[in-house]
Design a protein around this ligand. Sequence first.
Ligand code: XMP
Length: 524
Amino acid sequence: MQSAERKGRERMSHQLVIVLDFGGQYNQLIARRVRECGVYCEVKPYTTPLADLRAMEPIGIIFTGGPNSVYLENSPQVNPEIFTWGVPILGICYGCQLMAHHLGGRVTAAQDDSAREYGKTVTYFETGCRLFKGLPETGITWMSHGDYMEKVPEGFALMAHSDACPNVAIADESRGFYGVQYHPEVNHTERGVDMIRNFLYEVCHAAGDWTMEDYKRTAVAALREKIGDGKVLLALSGGVDSSVAAALLAEAVGEQLTCVFVDHGLMRKNEGDEVEAAFSKWAMNFVRVDAEGRFLAKLAGVDEPERKRKIIGEEFIRVFEEEAKKVGTVDFLAQGTIYPDVIESGAGDAAVIKSHHNVGGLPDYVDFKEIVEPLRLLFKDEVRQLGRELGLPEYMVVRQPFPGPGLAIRVIGNITKDKLDILREADAIFREEMAKAGEEKNLSQFFAALTNMRSVGVMGDGRTYDYAIALRAVTTDDFMTADWARIPYELLDRVSVRIVNEVKGVNRVLYDITSKPPATVELE
Ligand code: XMP
Protein backbone atom coordinates (compact mmCIF):
# COMPACT_ATOMS: atom_id res chain seq x y z
CA MET A 1 0.00 0.00 0.00
CA GLN A 2 2.68 2.37 1.10
CA SER A 3 4.81 1.92 -1.99
CA ALA A 4 1.75 2.26 -4.19
CA GLU A 5 0.91 5.53 -2.49
CA ARG A 6 4.41 6.76 -2.98
CA LYS A 7 4.30 5.81 -6.63
CA GLY A 8 1.03 7.68 -6.93
CA ARG A 9 2.55 10.73 -5.37
CA GLU A 10 5.60 10.66 -7.61
CA ARG A 11 3.27 11.13 -10.50
CA MET A 12 1.73 14.12 -8.80
CA SER A 13 3.48 17.35 -9.44
CA HIS A 14 3.03 18.89 -6.02
CA GLN A 15 5.35 19.21 -3.05
CA LEU A 16 4.69 17.45 0.23
CA VAL A 17 4.81 18.43 3.90
CA ILE A 18 4.54 15.66 6.47
CA VAL A 19 2.51 16.17 9.63
CA LEU A 20 4.09 13.72 12.04
CA ASP A 21 1.35 12.61 14.38
CA PHE A 22 2.17 12.26 18.08
CA GLY A 23 -1.46 11.80 19.05
CA GLY A 24 -2.56 15.36 19.68
CA GLN A 25 -6.18 16.34 19.34
CA TYR A 26 -5.65 18.93 16.60
CA ASN A 27 -3.70 16.83 14.11
CA GLN A 28 -6.28 16.93 11.37
CA LEU A 29 -6.63 20.64 11.86
CA ILE A 30 -2.91 21.19 11.32
CA ALA A 31 -3.10 19.22 8.08
CA ARG A 32 -6.12 21.18 6.91
CA ARG A 33 -4.42 24.47 7.64
CA VAL A 34 -1.35 23.45 5.63
CA ARG A 35 -3.50 22.50 2.68
CA GLU A 36 -5.48 25.74 3.00
CA CYS A 37 -2.16 27.49 2.54
CA GLY A 38 -1.83 25.78 -0.86
CA VAL A 39 0.66 23.11 0.22
CA TYR A 40 -0.15 19.41 0.09
CA CYS A 41 0.46 17.45 3.28
CA GLU A 42 -0.19 14.06 4.74
CA VAL A 43 -0.51 12.92 8.34
CA LYS A 44 1.84 10.06 9.17
CA PRO A 45 2.13 8.23 12.50
CA TYR A 46 5.26 9.06 14.52
CA THR A 47 6.25 5.40 14.19
CA THR A 48 6.79 5.74 10.44
CA PRO A 49 10.40 4.64 9.79
CA LEU A 50 12.75 7.49 8.96
CA ALA A 51 13.70 5.85 5.66
CA ASP A 52 10.04 5.94 4.59
CA LEU A 53 9.71 9.57 5.57
CA ARG A 54 12.82 10.43 3.57
CA ALA A 55 11.59 8.51 0.55
CA MET A 56 8.56 10.79 0.46
CA GLU A 57 10.91 13.75 -0.03
CA PRO A 58 8.99 16.27 2.07
CA ILE A 59 9.95 19.92 1.97
CA GLY A 60 9.19 20.24 5.69
CA ILE A 61 7.88 18.34 8.69
CA ILE A 62 5.48 19.46 11.40
CA PHE A 63 5.55 17.63 14.73
CA THR A 64 2.08 17.71 16.24
CA GLY A 65 1.09 18.09 19.86
CA GLY A 66 0.44 15.02 21.94
CA PRO A 67 -1.00 14.02 25.26
CA ASN A 68 2.26 12.95 26.86
CA SER A 69 5.21 14.39 28.67
CA VAL A 70 8.46 13.72 26.81
CA TYR A 71 9.93 12.21 29.97
CA LEU A 72 7.28 9.57 30.45
CA GLU A 73 8.28 6.04 29.71
CA ASN A 74 6.79 4.96 26.38
CA SER A 75 6.11 8.53 25.36
CA PRO A 76 6.18 8.87 21.56
CA GLN A 77 9.71 9.51 20.31
CA VAL A 78 11.43 10.14 17.00
CA ASN A 79 14.53 8.76 15.45
CA PRO A 80 17.08 11.48 16.38
CA GLU A 81 18.56 11.27 12.88
CA ILE A 82 15.58 13.26 11.73
CA PHE A 83 17.45 16.30 13.09
CA THR A 84 20.53 15.73 10.92
CA TRP A 85 18.69 15.08 7.69
CA GLY A 86 18.45 18.78 6.85
CA VAL A 87 14.67 19.10 6.53
CA PRO A 88 12.97 22.08 8.25
CA ILE A 89 10.87 21.14 11.28
CA LEU A 90 8.12 22.98 13.12
CA GLY A 91 7.31 21.47 16.51
CA ILE A 92 3.97 22.31 18.08
CA CYS A 93 3.45 21.90 21.84
CA TYR A 94 4.60 18.30 22.55
CA GLY A 95 6.41 18.45 19.21
CA CYS A 96 8.30 21.52 20.42
CA GLN A 97 9.25 19.88 23.68
CA LEU A 98 10.33 16.72 21.91
CA MET A 99 12.62 18.72 19.66
CA ALA A 100 14.08 20.61 22.64
CA HIS A 101 14.55 17.37 24.54
CA HIS A 102 16.42 15.71 21.67
CA LEU A 103 18.63 18.66 20.86
CA GLY A 104 20.03 19.16 24.36
CA GLY A 105 17.41 21.36 26.00
CA ARG A 106 15.66 20.50 29.24
CA VAL A 107 11.94 20.03 29.62
CA THR A 108 10.41 19.70 33.07
CA ALA A 109 6.96 19.48 34.51
CA ALA A 110 5.95 22.96 35.61
CA GLN A 111 6.57 23.22 39.34
CA ASP A 112 3.82 25.64 39.97
CA ASP A 113 0.78 26.85 38.14
CA SER A 114 2.46 30.02 36.99
CA ALA A 115 4.44 28.19 34.30
CA ARG A 116 1.63 25.85 33.33
CA GLU A 117 -0.49 27.53 30.73
CA TYR A 118 -3.90 26.75 29.36
CA GLY A 119 -6.17 28.85 27.22
CA LYS A 120 -5.76 32.26 25.68
CA THR A 121 -2.48 33.91 26.53
CA VAL A 122 -1.07 37.29 25.58
CA THR A 123 2.18 36.58 23.74
CA TYR A 124 5.04 38.81 22.58
CA PHE A 125 6.83 37.89 19.35
CA GLU A 126 10.23 38.61 17.81
CA THR A 127 9.04 39.65 14.40
CA GLY A 128 12.55 39.38 12.99
CA CYS A 129 12.05 35.60 13.19
CA ARG A 130 10.92 34.10 9.89
CA LEU A 131 8.03 32.35 11.62
CA PHE A 132 6.55 35.67 12.71
CA LYS A 133 7.52 37.77 9.70
CA GLY A 134 4.98 40.46 8.93
CA LEU A 135 2.89 39.77 12.05
CA PRO A 136 2.10 42.07 14.99
CA GLU A 137 4.51 42.03 17.94
CA THR A 138 1.77 41.14 20.40
CA GLY A 139 -1.07 38.68 19.97
CA ILE A 140 -3.21 36.03 21.64
CA THR A 141 -2.08 32.41 21.48
CA TRP A 142 -3.88 29.28 22.59
CA MET A 143 -1.80 27.40 25.13
CA SER A 144 -2.33 23.94 26.41
CA HIS A 145 0.85 22.68 28.03
CA GLY A 146 1.78 21.41 31.46
CA ASP A 147 5.48 20.90 30.73
CA TYR A 148 7.90 23.71 30.66
CA MET A 149 11.05 24.24 28.57
CA GLU A 150 13.51 25.04 31.32
CA LYS A 151 16.61 25.11 29.16
CA VAL A 152 16.57 26.01 25.50
CA PRO A 153 18.80 23.80 23.32
CA GLU A 154 22.12 25.03 22.00
CA GLY A 155 21.83 27.08 18.85
CA PHE A 156 18.24 28.09 19.55
CA ALA A 157 17.04 31.59 20.33
CA LEU A 158 13.93 32.69 22.17
CA MET A 159 11.41 34.04 19.69
CA ALA A 160 8.29 34.59 21.76
CA HIS A 161 7.39 34.90 25.43
CA SER A 162 4.37 35.46 27.61
CA ASP A 163 4.08 37.08 31.03
CA ALA A 164 4.32 33.68 32.70
CA CYS A 165 6.73 31.91 30.38
CA PRO A 166 10.00 33.18 28.87
CA ASN A 167 10.18 30.60 26.08
CA VAL A 168 6.91 30.32 24.24
CA ALA A 169 8.64 29.95 20.88
CA ILE A 170 12.20 28.96 20.01
CA ALA A 171 14.07 28.79 16.75
CA ASP A 172 17.35 27.77 15.24
CA GLU A 173 16.92 29.62 11.98
CA SER A 174 20.14 28.29 10.47
CA ARG A 175 18.84 24.72 10.65
CA GLY A 176 15.20 25.62 9.98
CA PHE A 177 14.01 24.34 13.36
CA TYR A 178 11.09 26.08 15.03
CA GLY A 179 9.15 25.22 18.14
CA VAL A 180 6.02 26.79 19.60
CA GLN A 181 4.40 25.92 22.91
CA TYR A 182 0.97 27.04 21.72
CA HIS A 183 -1.35 25.83 18.98
CA PRO A 184 -1.11 28.01 15.85
CA GLU A 185 -3.66 25.77 14.08
CA VAL A 186 -6.66 26.69 16.28
CA ASN A 187 -8.75 29.77 15.63
CA HIS A 188 -8.12 31.10 19.14
CA THR A 189 -4.52 31.83 18.16
CA GLU A 190 -4.54 35.18 16.38
CA ARG A 191 -2.83 34.97 12.99
CA GLY A 192 -1.91 31.35 13.72
CA VAL A 193 -2.49 30.36 10.09
CA ASP A 194 -0.08 33.09 9.02
CA MET A 195 2.57 31.52 11.25
CA ILE A 196 2.00 28.18 9.56
CA ARG A 197 2.10 29.94 6.19
CA ASN A 198 5.40 31.58 7.15
CA PHE A 199 6.85 28.19 8.05
CA LEU A 200 5.76 26.81 4.68
CA TYR A 201 6.78 29.72 2.48
CA GLU A 202 9.56 31.54 4.37
CA VAL A 203 11.25 28.47 5.84
CA CYS A 204 10.40 25.54 3.55
CA HIS A 205 10.21 27.75 0.42
CA ALA A 206 6.99 26.07 -0.68
CA ALA A 207 5.82 26.70 -4.21
CA GLY A 208 2.12 26.68 -3.22
CA ASP A 209 1.34 24.12 -5.87
CA TRP A 210 -1.60 22.36 -4.21
CA THR A 211 -4.62 23.33 -6.25
CA MET A 212 -7.74 21.37 -7.01
CA GLU A 213 -7.29 21.86 -10.72
CA ASP A 214 -3.92 20.16 -10.51
CA TYR A 215 -5.27 17.47 -8.22
CA LYS A 216 -8.12 16.73 -10.59
CA ARG A 217 -5.73 16.29 -13.48
CA THR A 218 -3.32 14.02 -11.64
CA ALA A 219 -6.11 12.02 -9.95
CA VAL A 220 -7.82 11.39 -13.29
CA ALA A 221 -4.51 10.21 -14.79
CA ALA A 222 -3.78 7.98 -11.78
CA LEU A 223 -7.27 6.45 -11.86
CA ARG A 224 -6.95 5.74 -15.59
CA GLU A 225 -3.69 3.96 -15.01
CA LYS A 226 -4.95 1.98 -12.05
CA ILE A 227 -8.27 0.95 -13.59
CA GLY A 228 -6.96 0.27 -17.11
CA ASP A 229 -9.86 -1.19 -19.04
CA GLY A 230 -11.50 -2.61 -15.90
CA LYS A 231 -15.10 -2.12 -14.81
CA VAL A 232 -16.02 -0.03 -11.77
CA LEU A 233 -19.19 -0.14 -9.68
CA LEU A 234 -20.29 2.61 -7.30
CA ALA A 235 -23.31 2.97 -5.04
CA LEU A 236 -24.36 6.57 -5.48
CA SER A 237 -26.42 8.08 -2.68
CA GLY A 238 -26.50 11.65 -3.93
CA GLY A 239 -24.53 12.81 -0.87
CA VAL A 240 -21.42 14.93 -1.35
CA ASP A 241 -18.80 12.19 -1.07
CA SER A 242 -20.35 9.56 -3.29
CA SER A 243 -21.36 12.21 -5.84
CA VAL A 244 -17.86 13.65 -6.13
CA ALA A 245 -16.33 10.16 -6.26
CA ALA A 246 -18.76 9.30 -9.06
CA ALA A 247 -17.96 12.47 -10.99
CA LEU A 248 -14.21 11.93 -10.70
CA LEU A 249 -14.46 8.32 -11.83
CA ALA A 250 -16.80 9.29 -14.64
CA GLU A 251 -14.26 11.85 -15.80
CA ALA A 252 -11.51 9.23 -15.64
CA VAL A 253 -13.08 6.10 -17.08
CA GLY A 254 -16.48 7.13 -18.49
CA GLU A 255 -18.44 4.11 -19.68
CA GLN A 256 -16.39 1.67 -17.62
CA LEU A 257 -18.19 3.11 -14.59
CA THR A 258 -21.62 2.02 -13.46
CA CYS A 259 -23.31 4.06 -10.75
CA VAL A 260 -26.27 2.50 -9.03
CA PHE A 261 -28.57 5.06 -7.50
CA VAL A 262 -31.22 3.37 -5.40
CA ASP A 263 -34.19 5.70 -5.20
CA HIS A 264 -35.93 4.34 -2.13
CA GLY A 265 -38.73 6.90 -2.26
CA LEU A 266 -37.46 8.47 0.96
CA MET A 267 -35.63 11.34 -0.73
CA ARG A 268 -36.49 14.99 -0.44
CA LYS A 269 -38.58 16.81 -3.04
CA ASN A 270 -37.10 16.48 -6.56
CA GLU A 271 -33.89 14.99 -5.17
CA GLY A 272 -33.87 11.89 -7.34
CA ASP A 273 -34.32 13.93 -10.52
CA GLU A 274 -31.64 16.39 -9.43
CA VAL A 275 -29.12 13.62 -8.88
CA GLU A 276 -29.92 12.08 -12.24
CA ALA A 277 -29.67 15.45 -14.01
CA ALA A 278 -26.33 16.28 -12.38
CA PHE A 279 -24.73 13.19 -13.89
CA SER A 280 -26.30 13.36 -17.32
CA LYS A 281 -23.24 15.10 -18.81
CA TRP A 282 -20.97 12.09 -18.32
CA ALA A 283 -20.88 9.09 -20.59
CA MET A 284 -21.19 6.52 -17.84
CA ASN A 285 -23.80 3.96 -16.95
CA PHE A 286 -26.21 5.62 -14.56
CA VAL A 287 -28.70 3.15 -13.16
CA ARG A 288 -31.56 4.71 -11.25
CA VAL A 289 -33.57 2.08 -9.52
CA ASP A 290 -37.10 3.10 -8.68
CA ALA A 291 -37.57 1.05 -5.54
CA GLU A 292 -40.14 3.18 -3.75
CA GLY A 293 -42.82 0.51 -3.86
CA ARG A 294 -40.51 -2.15 -2.40
CA PHE A 295 -39.30 0.04 0.42
CA LEU A 296 -42.73 1.33 1.38
CA ALA A 297 -44.15 -2.18 1.36
CA LYS A 298 -41.42 -3.36 3.74
CA LEU A 299 -41.91 -0.34 5.98
CA ALA A 300 -45.71 -0.52 6.14
CA GLY A 301 -46.93 -0.45 9.73
CA VAL A 302 -43.42 -0.22 11.21
CA ASP A 303 -43.06 2.60 13.72
CA GLU A 304 -39.96 1.71 15.72
CA PRO A 305 -36.98 3.88 14.55
CA GLU A 306 -34.26 1.24 14.75
CA ARG A 307 -36.41 -1.30 12.92
CA LYS A 308 -37.01 1.23 10.18
CA ARG A 309 -33.26 1.73 9.84
CA LYS A 310 -32.60 -2.00 9.74
CA ILE A 311 -35.28 -2.69 7.15
CA ILE A 312 -33.99 0.11 4.92
CA GLY A 313 -30.38 -1.08 5.26
CA GLU A 314 -31.28 -4.64 4.37
CA GLU A 315 -33.53 -3.70 1.50
CA PHE A 316 -30.86 -1.39 0.14
CA ILE A 317 -28.39 -4.26 0.03
CA ARG A 318 -30.90 -6.49 -1.70
CA VAL A 319 -31.68 -3.92 -4.40
CA PHE A 320 -28.02 -3.09 -4.89
CA GLU A 321 -27.17 -6.77 -5.15
CA GLU A 322 -29.75 -7.32 -7.87
CA GLU A 323 -28.43 -4.42 -9.88
CA ALA A 324 -24.82 -5.45 -9.36
CA LYS A 325 -25.62 -8.92 -10.70
CA LYS A 326 -26.93 -7.33 -13.87
CA VAL A 327 -23.63 -5.52 -14.32
CA GLY A 328 -21.79 -8.83 -13.99
CA THR A 329 -18.26 -9.21 -12.67
CA VAL A 330 -16.65 -5.89 -11.84
CA ASP A 331 -12.98 -5.25 -11.24
CA PHE A 332 -13.31 -2.40 -8.79
CA LEU A 333 -15.85 -1.41 -6.19
CA ALA A 334 -15.60 2.35 -5.59
CA GLN A 335 -16.14 3.94 -2.19
CA GLY A 336 -16.39 7.59 -1.14
CA THR A 337 -14.03 7.28 1.85
CA ILE A 338 -12.45 10.63 2.72
CA TYR A 339 -9.22 11.58 4.54
CA PRO A 340 -10.60 12.15 8.06
CA ASP A 341 -11.83 8.52 8.04
CA VAL A 342 -8.39 7.38 6.94
CA ILE A 343 -6.64 9.38 9.66
CA GLU A 344 -9.09 8.25 12.30
CA SER A 345 -8.39 4.65 11.43
CA GLY A 346 -5.02 5.38 13.03
CA ALA A 347 -2.78 3.76 10.51
CA GLY A 348 -2.94 6.41 7.86
CA ASP A 349 -2.00 3.77 5.34
CA ALA A 350 -4.44 0.99 5.97
CA ALA A 351 -7.29 0.62 3.55
CA VAL A 352 -10.45 1.71 5.28
CA ILE A 353 -13.51 -0.15 4.33
CA LYS A 354 -16.57 1.93 5.06
CA SER A 355 -20.16 1.15 4.62
CA HIS A 356 -21.63 3.31 1.92
CA HIS A 357 -23.79 6.10 3.17
CA ASN A 358 -24.36 4.20 6.37
CA VAL A 359 -27.23 2.15 5.19
CA GLY A 360 -25.51 -1.14 4.58
CA GLY A 361 -22.26 -2.96 5.07
CA LEU A 362 -19.67 -3.68 2.42
CA PRO A 363 -21.39 -5.79 -0.19
CA ASP A 364 -19.43 -9.03 0.04
CA TYR A 365 -21.98 -10.48 -2.37
CA VAL A 366 -20.64 -8.32 -5.19
CA ASP A 367 -17.83 -9.99 -7.05
CA PHE A 368 -14.98 -7.52 -7.31
CA LYS A 369 -11.19 -7.65 -7.19
CA GLU A 370 -10.27 -4.43 -5.51
CA ILE A 371 -11.63 -1.37 -3.73
CA VAL A 372 -10.93 2.03 -5.23
CA GLU A 373 -11.24 5.09 -3.01
CA PRO A 374 -10.57 8.15 -5.15
CA LEU A 375 -11.15 10.67 -2.32
CA ARG A 376 -9.15 9.00 0.41
CA LEU A 377 -6.59 11.80 0.60
CA LEU A 378 -9.04 14.72 0.63
CA PHE A 379 -10.65 16.67 3.44
CA LYS A 380 -14.34 17.50 3.18
CA ASP A 381 -13.72 21.09 2.03
CA GLU A 382 -11.41 19.74 -0.66
CA VAL A 383 -13.99 17.17 -1.75
CA ARG A 384 -16.44 20.04 -2.26
CA GLN A 385 -13.83 22.01 -4.16
CA LEU A 386 -13.07 19.02 -6.38
CA GLY A 387 -16.80 18.63 -7.03
CA ARG A 388 -16.92 22.24 -8.26
CA GLU A 389 -13.83 21.65 -10.39
CA LEU A 390 -15.60 18.68 -11.97
CA GLY A 391 -18.64 20.79 -12.73
CA LEU A 392 -21.14 19.36 -10.25
CA PRO A 393 -23.92 21.83 -9.37
CA GLU A 394 -23.34 23.98 -6.30
CA TYR A 395 -26.37 22.61 -4.41
CA MET A 396 -24.84 19.19 -4.68
CA VAL A 397 -21.37 20.06 -3.38
CA VAL A 398 -22.61 22.10 -0.41
CA ARG A 399 -25.30 19.61 0.51
CA GLN A 400 -25.92 19.10 4.22
CA PRO A 401 -25.64 15.62 5.64
CA PHE A 402 -28.73 13.61 4.83
CA PRO A 403 -29.23 10.33 6.66
CA GLY A 404 -29.10 7.09 4.69
CA PRO A 405 -32.63 6.13 5.82
CA GLY A 406 -33.79 9.48 4.46
CA LEU A 407 -37.19 10.86 5.33
CA ALA A 408 -38.13 7.57 6.98
CA ILE A 409 -36.55 8.84 10.20
CA ARG A 410 -38.19 12.25 9.78
CA VAL A 411 -41.71 10.87 9.70
CA ILE A 412 -42.37 9.92 13.29
CA GLY A 413 -44.00 6.54 13.60
CA ASN A 414 -45.31 4.52 10.71
CA ILE A 415 -44.67 5.66 7.17
CA THR A 416 -47.08 6.13 4.31
CA LYS A 417 -46.63 7.75 0.93
CA ASP A 418 -49.12 10.45 1.89
CA LYS A 419 -47.13 11.38 4.97
CA LEU A 420 -43.90 11.43 2.97
CA ASP A 421 -45.49 13.73 0.40
CA ILE A 422 -46.71 16.12 3.12
CA LEU A 423 -43.22 16.19 4.61
CA ARG A 424 -41.54 16.70 1.23
CA GLU A 425 -43.65 19.78 0.54
CA ALA A 426 -43.15 21.30 4.02
CA ASP A 427 -39.43 20.59 3.96
CA ALA A 428 -39.05 22.17 0.51
CA ILE A 429 -40.74 25.37 1.76
CA PHE A 430 -38.51 25.51 4.83
CA ARG A 431 -35.37 25.02 2.75
CA GLU A 432 -36.46 27.53 0.16
CA GLU A 433 -37.14 30.24 2.75
CA MET A 434 -33.90 29.52 4.61
CA ALA A 435 -31.96 29.87 1.36
CA LYS A 436 -33.74 33.12 0.48
CA ALA A 437 -32.94 34.55 3.91
CA GLY A 438 -29.28 33.63 3.53
CA GLU A 439 -29.39 31.39 6.61
CA GLU A 440 -28.08 28.32 4.81
CA LYS A 441 -24.42 29.13 5.21
CA ASN A 442 -24.70 29.76 8.98
CA LEU A 443 -26.24 26.43 9.85
CA SER A 444 -24.97 22.89 9.91
CA GLN A 445 -28.24 21.15 9.22
CA PHE A 446 -31.90 22.05 9.02
CA PHE A 447 -35.00 20.21 7.92
CA ALA A 448 -38.66 19.58 8.61
CA ALA A 449 -40.07 16.50 10.27
CA LEU A 450 -43.62 15.22 10.36
CA THR A 451 -44.72 14.60 13.92
CA ASN A 452 -47.17 11.89 14.74
CA MET A 453 -49.36 14.44 16.42
CA ARG A 454 -52.64 15.64 15.00
CA SER A 455 -54.38 18.53 16.63
CA VAL A 456 -57.38 20.77 16.25
CA GLY A 457 -57.22 23.94 14.22
CA VAL A 458 -59.51 26.31 12.45
CA MET A 459 -59.31 27.23 8.78
CA GLY A 460 -61.83 29.55 7.19
CA ASP A 461 -65.05 28.58 8.93
CA GLY A 462 -64.14 24.98 9.42
CA ARG A 463 -62.50 22.92 12.11
CA THR A 464 -59.42 20.96 11.07
CA TYR A 465 -57.74 17.98 12.65
CA ASP A 466 -54.34 17.77 10.97
CA TYR A 467 -50.66 17.04 11.46
CA ALA A 468 -48.05 19.24 13.10
CA ILE A 469 -44.76 19.83 11.29
CA ALA A 470 -41.64 20.23 13.44
CA LEU A 471 -38.86 22.45 12.12
CA ARG A 472 -35.32 21.67 13.23
CA ALA A 473 -32.18 23.77 12.65
CA VAL A 474 -28.86 23.23 14.40
CA THR A 475 -25.32 24.50 14.53
CA THR A 476 -22.54 22.07 15.33
CA ASP A 477 -18.90 21.35 14.64
CA ASP A 478 -18.99 17.60 14.74
CA PHE A 479 -22.62 16.48 15.15
CA MET A 480 -21.72 14.87 18.49
CA THR A 481 -23.19 17.89 20.22
CA ALA A 482 -25.37 20.53 18.62
CA ASP A 483 -27.11 23.74 19.55
CA TRP A 484 -30.52 24.72 18.24
CA ALA A 485 -30.25 27.66 15.90
CA ARG A 486 -31.64 31.06 16.86
CA ILE A 487 -33.19 31.83 13.51
CA PRO A 488 -35.21 35.05 13.22
CA TYR A 489 -38.86 34.99 14.30
CA GLU A 490 -39.91 36.72 11.07
CA LEU A 491 -38.36 33.89 9.08
CA LEU A 492 -40.07 31.26 11.24
CA ASP A 493 -43.32 33.13 10.74
CA ARG A 494 -42.96 33.16 6.95
CA VAL A 495 -42.22 29.44 6.89
CA SER A 496 -45.12 28.64 9.18
CA VAL A 497 -47.63 30.73 7.21
CA ARG A 498 -46.54 29.17 3.94
CA ILE A 499 -46.61 25.61 5.24
CA VAL A 500 -50.11 25.78 6.73
CA ASN A 501 -51.41 27.53 3.63
CA GLU A 502 -49.67 25.48 0.98
CA VAL A 503 -49.43 22.00 2.43
CA LYS A 504 -52.67 20.14 2.76
CA GLY A 505 -52.87 18.07 5.92
CA VAL A 506 -50.83 20.42 8.13
CA ASN A 507 -52.43 22.94 10.52
CA ARG A 508 -49.64 23.55 13.03
CA VAL A 509 -45.89 24.28 12.84
CA LEU A 510 -43.52 23.81 15.80
CA TYR A 511 -39.89 24.84 16.18
CA ASP A 512 -37.60 22.46 18.05
CA ILE A 513 -35.62 24.36 20.70
CA THR A 514 -33.69 21.46 22.21
CA SER A 515 -29.97 21.01 21.90
CA LYS A 516 -28.02 17.77 21.60
CA PRO A 517 -27.73 16.39 24.19
CA PRO A 518 -30.30 15.70 25.51
CA ALA A 519 -32.10 15.56 22.14
CA THR A 520 -30.51 14.23 18.95
CA VAL A 521 -30.35 16.12 15.67
CA GLU A 522 -32.83 13.82 13.98
CA LEU A 523 -36.17 13.18 15.67
CA GLU A 524 -35.81 9.43 15.39
P1 XMP B 1 -28.28 12.43 15.47
O1 XMP B 1 -29.74 12.36 15.18
O2 XMP B 1 -27.70 11.09 15.83
O3 XMP B 1 -27.60 12.84 14.09
O4 XMP B 1 -27.93 13.49 16.45
C1 XMP B 1 -26.25 13.20 13.92
C2 XMP B 1 -25.97 13.25 12.44
O5 XMP B 1 -26.08 11.95 11.87
C3 XMP B 1 -27.09 11.91 10.88
N1 XMP B 1 -27.81 10.63 11.05
C4 XMP B 1 -27.69 9.59 10.24
N2 XMP B 1 -26.97 9.41 9.12
N3 XMP B 1 -27.82 7.22 8.91
C5 XMP B 1 -27.06 8.24 8.45
O6 XMP B 1 -26.43 8.08 7.41
C6 XMP B 1 -28.57 7.30 10.03
O7 XMP B 1 -29.26 6.37 10.41
C7 XMP B 1 -28.50 8.56 10.72
N4 XMP B 1 -29.09 9.02 11.86
C8 XMP B 1 -28.63 10.30 12.03
C9 XMP B 1 -27.96 13.12 11.14
O8 XMP B 1 -28.63 13.56 9.96
C10 XMP B 1 -26.96 14.12 11.66
O9 XMP B 1 -26.27 14.75 10.60
